[in-house]
Each structure stands twice: as structure tokens, then as C-alpha cells.
Design a protein around this ligand. Structure first.
Ligand code: SF4
Length: 303
């Protein structure tokens, strides 16, 4: 399945023709290309889900990153919402998705084990969506594993037509791709049609188009972790719209192609070089200078 120019449209068309859910078509194709039985594929997916769940738990211990720049916010939000006298602005499902996304991002920044989905920087979005849906919709591990196949297949299409790397396509290619994967999986998990899965992917990419990659001091912490939280909300909004029958005027493969075109036009300063955007703000530059001189000093002392 790792050929050039995969197309979501052809899988959707095949699923419609055969009157099968999109996930069944994708399970079949993945099994064939990987030479696996269905049970083996699902087991592999469950193993990855176990890692995702552990990274959520690790993040929720309130850990801090090595640099000291980030950490503790997933726990802070969970505690604030459980103690708050006011109802959550986001509601249970989305606030859980945000908490879980922050938790995985913080686990990643603290060098914890995560599943790159599709990258480490964007690793919070998919577990945020999947485990929030599992908790709030009572989905089984088997169902979640099937959703992960859908998400991974969407990621394959994006990788073949555009990019999943911030250094190549900006953060639209990392958090945007992760959100598109999560949106498609969510629609599939909640019983949407193959066409609705495609609409969720297209709407998510459209809403995240142009997002730049600008990590402070080149560390995958600021803005990455909170951007994962924002991306999961975009994913859920697109999934909700798609499940209601709202269509994307631009088809998913064309939206992905537009992401590539936008990524190609982005200047290098906005593609993970930490030369522009938030990384070039006075606050970011001052923090980076203090951080790197501290690192140099510590290295000198330990020589
Ligand atoms: S800002 Fe850059 S490093 Fe951070 S998540 Fe986005 S693409 Fe990855």
C-alpha cells in the first residue's frame, strides 16, 4: 500500500460498490499488503493502542519535560474540570480528548514512550480522539483497533500525496494529518459511511491548511503540545459535521494535494527550523538563549 499517489477516493468507491464499511476494505488491503491474517493485524493495532493508553497515563502523572519548558497541563486540566463548579465549555467527550492529547504530548516531551501517529510531535491527537470515544461511547478494544486501521490508512494516503513531516510541509502536515486521521477514524467508529469518512478528512485538512511548524528552541514542546489539543478539537468538529451529512466541497484527495502545494510554498523559516513564527518571538528567543547557555555550562561542568 506504500505506492505513490494513493487515493482515498478509490477506497471509498470500492467500499460503496461492495456495500462494505470502509474499515473492512482497509483491513482487507492492509492484510494483503502486509501478509497478515486479520487477527494478526488487529493484534498489532491493539499493541499500539496499549502503548497509546500507557502514554496517556504517563502524561497524567503530571510529568515535566527535560527542558522544564512544558508538562503538568494535562493533569491540571483534568483536576480543574473534576473540581470545577461550572460545566465544561467543551463537554465531556471533547474535554477528555483535549486532556488525553495534552497528556501524550507531555509524555513525548518527557521522553516517554509514544506511538508516532503520524509523528512524535503530533502523537497526542489520535489517542486523544480514540480514547475519548472509547470512554464516552463505550467502544471495545476491537472497535478501536479497527478505527486505528482507518486512521493509519488515511495517514498513508497523506504521506503518498503530500507529507507527514513538519520539516517538509509545516505543522499542517503533522498536526493536520493527525487530525485528519483522527476525524476519519471517529466517523468510521461511529458508523459513518465511507463517503462521510472522506468528508471528515477533507474538512479537517481544509481547516488546518497553512499551519506552520515553529517550535520554540527547536524542541517539540511549544507550541506542539497545545497544538495537539487544538487539532483534536478540529478533528471532532469535522467528524461531527460529516456524521450529520455535511459535505466537503473539495474532495479529500484534492484537499491533501492542496496541503502539499501550500507546504511547498512555505518558507524554510516556517518548516521546523525555529527561525520564524512563534519560535522567533522575543519570549521564545530569550528562553532559547538562556536554555542553550545553561546546557553548554552543564556540559562543560561534566567534561
Ligand atoms: S510545530 Fe512542528 S515540531 Fe511541533 S508538532 Fe507541529 S510540525 Fe511537529
Amino acid at each position: 500500500m506504500a505506492n505513490d499517489k494513493l487515493a482515498l477516493a478509490s477506497w471509498i468507491e470500492e467500499a460503496e460498490k461492495r456495500s462494505l464499511p470502509l474499515c473492512e476494505i482497509l483491513i482487507e488491503k492492509n492484510c494483503k499488503s502486509l501478509g497478515l491474517e486479520r487477527t494478526e493485524l488487529i493484534k498489532n493495532m491493539k499493541d499500539m493502542l496499549d502503548v497509546m493508553e500507557s502514554s496517556i497515563q504517563y502524561g497524567l502523572t503530571g510529568i515535566k519535560s527535560r527542558s522544564g519548558l512544558t508538562g503538568g497541563n494535562a493533569l491540571k486540566l483534568r483536576e480543574a474540570l473534576s473540581e470545577s463548579a461550572r460545566p465544561s465549555i467543551l463537554g465531556l467527550n471533547i474535554s477528555d480528548a483535549v486532556i488525553f492529547s495534552l497528556a501524550v504530548g507531555e509524555a513525548n516531551a518527557a521522553m516517554g514512550r509514544i506511538v508516532a501517529a503520524p509523528t512524535a510531535g503530533a502523537s497526542g491527537v489520535l489517542p486523544g480522539a480514540l480514547f475519548s470515544l472509547k470512554k464516552n461511547y463505550g467502544l471495545s478494544g476491537e472497535q478501536l483497533a479497527e478505527g486505528l486501521v482507518v486512521a493509519g490508512s488515511i495517514g498513508l494516503v497523506i504521506a503518498s500525496r503530500s507529507s507527514i513531516s513538519g520539516a517538509i510541509g509545516g505543522c499542517q502536515a503533522e498536526c493536520g494529518s493527525a487530525a485528519a486521521m483522527a476525524a476519519g477514524a471517529a466517523v468510521s467508529l461511529l458508523g459513518g459511511t465511507p463517503v462521510q469518512v472522506g468528508n471528515a478528512v477533507a474538512m479537517t485538512i481544509k481547516n488546518m491548511l497553512g499551519l506552520v511548524c515553529d517550535p520554540v528552541a527547536g524542541l517539540v514542546e511549544v507550541p506542539c503540545i497545545k497544538r495537539n489539543a487544538g487539532a483534536v478539537v478540529q478533528a471532532m468538529a469535522a467528524a461531527e459535521m460529516a456524521l450529520a451529512g455535511i459535505e466537503s466541497f473539495i474532495p479529500p484527495d484534492e484537499a491533501i494535494d492542496a496541503m502539499k502545494e501550500v507546504g511547498d510554498r512555505l518558507p524554510c523559516a516556517l518548516k521546523e527550523t525555529a527561525d520564524g513564527g512563534l519560535a522567533a518571538t522575543p519570549t521564545a528567543l530569550a528562553w532559547a538563549e538562556a536554555y542553550f547557555s545553561n546546557v553548554k555550562q552543564t556540559k562543560g561542568e561534566t567534561k
